[in-house]
Design a protein around this ligand. Structure first.
Ligand SMILES: *Cc1c(COP(=O)(O)O)cnc(C)c1O
Length: 387
């Protein structure tokens, strides 16, 4: 009998696949462009504490998060020498810790800049800042009306600040329909770059591009790109993959998801013809049916909308989910696949023998986008690296 796992399911991240994805991405980067790995949303659901060492193994030493919780998760996972950039909100209290750790962070308005200066003085360490400019997304970033004031503050506080970067974020680079808007944002950004030069304010790096922008607008890669979704083996959307394939003249998707999600058969049942499976009457066995019970449900992030819709892999066969996905378990029909034992591996996402369940197919079946499905995988599913 197969050895059973202690948890009801687990997630595995594949080091080699990551390396292959990274090689593909690097081919699209201009020489000398630094790659910051975006690990917000618990590393897009992959788990910060597992993903960071894996990325470090592949030579990545700059990471980006949004919030302080993610920054703390990074702090306990990262190696000495890996840099972190916090792109979102940091409270006054947390800023002290951020400065002590020497982490980089965004300045998205003048209040945050003044706060950073005050704390830098208190802590006795320079604030490592990236100044975010508003260029037309109208989310966060310093407005034109504050530009003069900004330059003044930056110029007189050199002893309290390291100007790590100047940056902006494009509003929807993955769709060609936003092209005019992106170009106008880049134009405004470059106007600011010239003005900073004139004012003698110099930044170590300029950056604007996420995955889609880095691929579709290589001229806007500047000194650094902030890459998220591609690193995990997914495309921002179908359109970006289409554009990539026609540009490179490649014929198939060169990226593979680094994530597998696995469980095991909890128990096996025989259901007589004419009986219902699980809650209610959504699935009627119309012949003698063998089902495998799998200890994963919507509480673990397996969407309830996959009831009677999803597919899982058992012994290399793709088998249907039958009945309603419960909070903590679901059933799969194994009538036609020969011998299955209690404890046999069940693949919810990933490879088994020659078969594969992709997050994309999973996403389409349950009409969720890649980003969303991944971000919903619960923190408490154990994760490990496959070397
Ligand atoms: C999420 C995010 C990124 C990375 O986006 P991907 O599409 O996953 O590459 C880059 N920059 C900012 C500001 C972001 O919020």
């Amino acid at each position: 009998m197969t050895k059973t796992e202690s948890s009801s399911s687990h997630i595995i991240l594949d080091q080699q696949i990551f390396q292959d994805n990274l090689d593909v991405i690097k081919k699209s980067l201009n020489t000398g462009v630094k790659l910051s790995a975006v690990i917000k949303g618990n590393a897009y659901g992959h788990g910060i504490s597992t993903f960071v060492p894996l990325a470090e193994n592949a030579g990545i030493n700059h990471f980006a998060v949004y919030g302080i919780e993610e920054a703390r998760a990074f702090a306990s996972a990262a190696r000495e020498g890996s840099a972190l950039m916090i792109m979102g909100y940091i409270s006054q209290d947390d800023l002290t810790w951020v400065l002590q750790e020497g982490y980089e962070f965004y300045i998205y308005d003048l209040q945050q800049l003044n706060l950073a200066l005050r704390i830098a003085q208190e802590v006795g360490r320079k604030a490592q800042i990236h100044v975010e400019m508003e260029t037309g997304m109208n989310r966060t970033g310093i407005d034109e009306t504050d530009f003069e004031k900004l330059c003044e503050i930056l110029s007189v506080n050199g002893h309290l600040l390291t100007l790590c970067g100047v940056c902006t974020h494009f509003a929807g680079a993955e769709s060609l329909s936003n092209r005019e808007r992106i170009l106008s944002q880049a134009h405004r950004f470059e106007e600011y770059l010239k003005l900073f030069e004139k004012k003698n304010v110099h930044f170590e790096r300029k950056h604007a591009a996420c995955s889609a922008a880095a691929l579709r607008y290589p001229e806007f890669q500047y000194d650094m790109v902030r890459i998220g979704i591609l690193l995990y083996g997914f495309w921002p959307n179908q359109e970006t993959l289409g554009a990539y394939l026609s540009e490179t003249r490649e014929t198939h998707d060169p990226l593979t998801s680094i994530l597998s999600w696995k469980s095991q058969v909890m128990t096996i049942k025989q259901v007589k013809a004419g009986e219902y499976i699980g809650y209610g009457t959504s699935y009627l066995a119309n012949q003698t049916t063998r089902i495998a019970i799998i200890p994963v449900g919507y509480a673990h992030g397996y969407a309830r909308s996959l009831s009677n819709q999803g597919r899982v892999l058992i012994n290399g066969h793709r088998v249907p989910v039958v009945g309603i996905v419960n909070m903590n378990m679901m059933a799969a029909d194994i009538t036609n696949i020969g011998e299955v034992e209690r404890g046999d591996e069940v693949v919810l996402i990933g490879f088994q023998k020659e078969s594969r369940i992709t997050v994309a197919s999973f996403g389409e079946m349950s009409s969720q986008m890649n980003y969303e499905l991944l971000a919903r995988l619960p923190h408490n599913i154990p994760r490990k690296i496959l070397q």
